[in-house]
Ligand binder design. Structure first.
Ligand SMILES: Cc1cc2nc3c(=O)[nH]c(=O)nc-3n(C[C@H](O)[C@H](O)[C@H](O)COP(=O)(O)OP(=O)(O)OC[C@H]3O[C@@H](n4cnc5c(N)ncnc54)[C@H](O)[C@@H]3O)c2cc1C
Length: 557
């Protein structure tokens, strides 16, 4: 299979070569790069902005692993399967929970400093859906920043890892057999590597993170525009579970018209005993679930949204006043500072919160070794769907998934290299040219796509709301086509490429969410409020039709 569609872009003006090209520099991408190096392969990491500019550095709560006394991978597996609401791939989860503890130890050996008690043991906290304290954290609530710091320091000192920052990857390149052979990218640089170029490689790893930016309100940074999923679709790869977007229950509510990345009040704050209360001070989670505020995220997000509707309010509150100043300062220094910067002091006042898009449980479908349906194209981290999260991710399983499956990809590449199955590849230039160029929407389309998605495919979904969203998205696509026909196309540049990726991912997400006529995990249909195992205990597999439209097909049961 070769790439069927590509973003409209100038022909590459420069080329480079490596063994393994990794797209993205979060926990997943950097872990792949460091580990393929150990197998004697050269790695090139290309990343859209600076190295630590992804979701990884924003992760607060921590990383889940059965490290504590009395905890076992089996118990971690049970909690993960419950959160996943019948759609987890049990073998993938088993891999995660059994390989997880050692993967965390290897991360510590790489230099990440986790919080420890006076006895030197790693401190563990609890988060929603976990029946045990098993979340390791760093810097109190700055776990991702510490992981990112340690991994960035490690790749910077490895001469076998080439780093290209400010490089937006556009599309996959294949050889004449349809095997991944490299990629095209746009570098905002100077000198030889400036503008659109091509990197030739023996294998390509997508580690591009999430897609939260398809919604107006999200905890994800600006770079999380779903580029990896869009690239994979254009390359003919299968993606799955796109409808399962986790909405974090407690981002800081900063006003009715807030857009873009919102500050997060970590679940760990509830883990340490903060209460969710409504405007009257009533703890509305008590009696709704045995774990009350620590119920799985979808349950908490739904309960908050329901209560907001009942009370005609646009936010609820998280009350951690009983922690006292000292605990806030030592356990949650970042959150405390962020709240205070927004004029709220959690020591003396409840924190206003409202749900926002947080995590993509679905993504590019992979097997247990991170291989996608396109040979030589791998995916790991949030862009991938390994089957670990099912219909809903258990809190703090994502950093762990990024680590474990990145290591597995590196192991697969090492094995193939050792077996002589990872030869240099020659790009099929004719096939790349034959791929249909996707018309680019104008950069202003980004905000419109986000509004349509938040209104039509957010925490509350129905056939009618999603039909509205789909119609709006189709109109944006039609206008982009018309502008090409009228010879007034949008300029190919970062903003319009990102808008095209957002449009494709949003369209695919809405198509899948409209098709899944049930409520499961973090997919909540108002018009189909029950879980329907008879019809829907299966995945929707999305691919791109020849027309360029995403098509979702239910997997055989
Ligand atoms: C606020 C917040 C708090 C979180 N807290 C936790 C937590 O406590 N525990 C937990 O387990 N998970 C948490 N998560 C989720 C977790 O942080 C992410 O799922 C995880 O870090 C994703 O890692 P990644 O390596 O896949 O992607 P990222 O860290 O997002 O990195 C993606 C990389 O890809 C690059 N990229 C994207 N597109 C392109 C392109 N076209 N070309 C080139 N480069 C590209 C980006 O620039 C970036 O470098 C949190 C997420 C957020 C947003």
């Amino acid at each position: 299979m070769s790439v069927t569609h590509r973003l409209t872009a100038p022909a590459p003006g420069w080329t480079a070569a490596t063994d393994v090209v990794v797209v993205g520099s979060g926990v997943a991408g950097l872990t792949v790069a460091l580990n393929v190096r150990k197998a004697g392969l050269r790695a090139m990491v290309v990343t859209k902005a600076v190295l630590d500019e992804g979701s990884t550095r924003w992760a607060q709560g921590g990383i889940a692993a059965a490290l504590g006394e009395g905890d076992t991978p089996e118990q971690h597996l049970d909690d993960t399967l419950v959160a996943g609401a019948g759609l987890c791939d049990e073998e993938a989860v088993r891999t995660l929970v059994t390989e997880g503890p050692d993967a965390v130890r290897r991360l510590i050996a790489t230099g990440a400093l986790f919080d420890r008690g006076e006895d030197g043991e790693i401190l563990l906290t609890r988060e929603g859906g976990h029946h045990r304290r098993r979340i390791a954290h760093a810097g109190g609530d700055a776990t991702g920043a510490e992981i990112s710091r340690a991994l960035v320091a490690a790749v910077r000192t490895d001469p076998g890892v080439e780093l290209i920052e400010h490089a937006l990857v556009l599309d996959l390149l294949t050889d004449s057999e349809g095997h991944a052979a490299g990629l095209t990218l746009h570098v905002m640089g100077e000198g030889q590597r400036d503008g659109v170029g091509a990197v030739r490689a023996r294998a390509v790893v997508l580690a591009t993170g999430g897609m939260g930016q398809v919604f107006s309100a999200t905890t994800n940074p600006a770079v999380s525009t779903g580029d990896g999923v869009a690239l994979a679709l254009r390359a003919g790869a299968a993606v799955t579970d796109l409808e399962f977007v986790q909405f974090h229950p407690t981002p800081l509510w900063v006003g009715p018209d807030a857009e873009g990345q919102l500050p997060l009040i970590s679940e760990a704050v509830r883990g340490e005993g903060a209460h969710l209360v409504d405007a009257d001070g009533v703890r509305f989670m008590v009696g709704q679930h045995e774990l009350a505020e620590l119920a799985p995220r979808d349950i908490v997000a739904k309960a908050i949204t329901r209560r907001m509707q009942e009370q005609g309010a646009d936010h609820m509150f998280l009350d951690g006043r009983h922690f006292g100043a000292e605990m806030w300062e030592h356990r949650f220094p970042t959150i405390l500072a962020t709240c205070r910067a927004h004029g709220i002091d959690p020591v003396t006042a409840p924190i206003p919160i409202a749900p926002a898009a947080h995590y993509a449980s679905g993504g590019v479908r992979t097997d247990p070794r991170g291989r996608t349906s396109v040979p030589g194209l791998y995916a790991c981290g949030e862009v991938a769907c390994t089957g670990v999260h099912g219909a809903n991710r258990l809190a703090s399983n994502s950093l762990l998934e990024g680590l474990v499956f990145a290591e597995r990809i590196a192991a697969d590449l090492a094995d193939r290299h050792a077996a002589g199955e990872l030869p240099e590849r020659t790009v099929d230039v004719a096939a790349a040219r034959a791929a249909r160029p996707v018309p680019l929407p104008p950069s202003e389309a980004r905000a419109e796509i986000q509004r349509l998605m938040s209104r039509g495919a957010g925490v509350l979904r129905s056939a009618a709301s999603m039909a509205d969203a789909a119609a709006g998205l189709a109109l944006i696509a039609e206008q982009a086509h018309s502008h090409v026909a009228e010879e007034k196309p949008a300029d190919p540049r970062v903003e319009t490429w990102e808008a095209a990726n957002l449009l494709l991912v949003a369209t695919a997400l809405v198509a899948a969410a409209a098709q899944r006529e049930e409520t499961r995990g973090c997919h909540w249909r108002e018009d189909f409020p029950e879980r329907d195992d008879a019809h829907w205990r299966r995945h929707l597999i999305t691919t791109l039709a020849a027309s360029g439209d995403p098509v979702s097909t239910p997997e055989e049961q």
